[in-house]
Design a protein around this ligand. Structure first.
Ligand code: ADP
Length: 331
C-alpha cells in the first residue's frame, strides 16, 4: 500500500488511518483519537487541508516543506464511504517524484535548448562571415574550423540524447564478444592523446602485468564508458594535472579506475552523480557546457555487462571513478 488513507466523519472526527497516512502526516492515530475537528486543525495544519470542502472524486494538490526542508507534493482525493453515517475516505497520494520529474524535464528542455543554441549561433556567425567579400585565407580557415567544431558539438549532443532515448526504450543494442579490456583502455588513451597533450595533462596507465584481461563485452560500448570517465577526468582537471588509469584484477572481476587531481565533487552530490542530467556545482562553475548525460550512460553500459560503477573521493583531492566487470568465463 503506497497511498495514505484517512477515514473521518462529517464532524471531522478521525475514525481510522493507515500507517502510510500516519507517516505522511507525521501524526499517530493514537494522538488524534477523539479530538474534535477544531482541536485537530490546531494540532496540525495538515488537518486544515484534509478537511477542505472537496466535491466527490475531486482532487486537491498540496505542497509542503517537511522539517528537514525537503519539498513534498501530495494529492488528496475525496470519496464518500457511507452517506448516512457521513463517513468520508481521503486518499493521500505522494506525487513528489512525479512532480520532481516534471520540473526536471521542463528545466532540462530549457537547458538543452541553450546548449543547441550556442553552437548553432556560432555556425551562423561564421557562415555569415564566409559570405562576405575579400576574406583573407587565414580568417577563412578559422571560420571553417569554427563551423566544423560547433557541428561536432551538435553531433555529440544529439547522439547523447539518442543514446538516452534508446536506453529508456530498451533499444540500446549490445554485441557481446570475448574482449581484452586492456586493449580497449589503450585505444581510449590513444584517442585522447592529442587532447591531453594540448592541456598538458599527463595520462598514466597502470596494470598488474602485461597480458590479456578478458571480459565478455561490447567493444564500442565499453569504449564509450571508459572514454566518458577519461573525458571527464581531463575536462575537470586544470592544465598540467595528472590522470591515472588503473586496471586491477580481484576475485572474479576486473576493476578499471580513473583517478584525477582535478576539481573533485561536492560531498552532497556524490549520491546523484550517475543520475541523468546531474551536474555538480563545481563542474558548472568551470565548465558551463556539460550535459550531465555521460555518467548516466556509463552506468547503464556497465550494469548491462553485469558490473558496477562507483566514485570515491580520494582523500578530498580530485576524483576517482571506477567500474567493475566480471572476468570472462569459458563455457
Ligand atoms: P558532464 O560532464 O557533461 O556534465 P557527466 O554525466 O559526464 O556530464 O558528469 C556528470 C557530473 O559529474 C559532471 O557535471 C560533474 O559535476 C561530475 N564529474 C564527473 N566526472 C568528474 C571528474 N572527473 N571531476 C569532477 N567532477 C566530475
Amino acid at each position: 500500500m503506497v497511498e495514505g488513507l484517512v477515514v473521518h466523519n462529517l464532524n471531522g472526527k478521525i475514525l481510522t488511518m493507515n500507517a502510510v497516512a500516519e507517516r505522511s502526516l507525521g501524526i499517530r492515530m493514537a494522538d488524534v483519537r477523539g479530538k474534535t475537528s477544531d482541536e485537530l486543525k490546531n494540532y496540525s495544519n495538515w488537518f486544515k487541508i484534509l478537511f477542505q470542502d472537496l466535491k466527490e472524486g475531486e482532487t486537491f494538490e498540496y505542497s509542503l516543506n517537511n522539517k528537514d526542508g525537503q519539498d513534498f507534493d501530495y494529492q488528496i482525493i475525496k470519496i464518500t464511504l457511507n452517506k448516512e453515517r457521513g463517513e468520508i475516505l481521503k486518499i493521500i497520494r505522494d506525487i513528489s517524484r512525479a512532480k520532481y520529474l516534471d520540473r526536471m524535464k521542463a528545466e532540462y528542455v530549457t537547458i538543452m535548448s541553450h546548449k543547441f543554441l550556442t553552437p548553432l549561433t556560432n555556425i551562423k556567425w561564421s557562415a555569415d562571415f564566409l559570405l562576405g567579400d575579400n576574406i583573407d585565407l587565414r580568417r577563412k580557415e578559422d571560420n571553417v574550423k569554427n563551423i566544423l567544431n560547433n557541428a561536432d558539438k551538435l553531433v555529440k549532443l544529439t547522439s547523447y540524447l539518442l543514446n538516452i532515448a534508446e536506453i529508456e526504450e530498451g533499444l540500446f543494442g549490445y554485441n557481446f564478444e570475448k574482449l581484452d579490456i586492456d586493449a580497449v583502455i589503450k585505444e581510449v588513451i590513444q584517442n585522447y592523446f592529442e587532447e591531453s597533450r594540448q592541456k598538458g595533462v599527463e595520462i598514466i596507465y597502470r596494470k598488474p602485468k602485461e597480458g590479456f584481461y578478458f571480459v565478455k563485452g561490447d567493444k564500442s560500448r565499453l569504449n564509450v564508458a571508459i572514454s566518458n570517465y577519461l573525458d571527464n577526468a581531463i575536462k575537470y582537471t586544470p592544465d598540467g594535472g595528472e590522470v591515472e588509469i588503473l586496471l586491477e584484477e580481484s576475485g572474479n572481476e576486473l576493476k578499471v579506475s580513473v583517478n584525477d587531481n582535478g576539481i573533485g565533487i561536492s560531498p552532497e552530490s556524490v549520491q546523484s552523480l550517475f543520475s541523468k542530467f546531474f551536474r555538480d556545482k563545481r563542474a558548472r562553475a568551470v565548465h558551463t557546457e556539460g550535459s550531465g548525460i555521460g555518467l548516466f550512460i556509463v552506468k547503464n553500459i556497465v550494469e548491462r555487462h553485469g558490473g558496477k560503477v562507483g566514485y570515491s573521493a580520494d582523500g578530498g583531492k580530485g576524483s576517482t571513478f571506477f567500474l567493475t566487470l566480471p572476468l570472462y568465463k569459458e563455457l
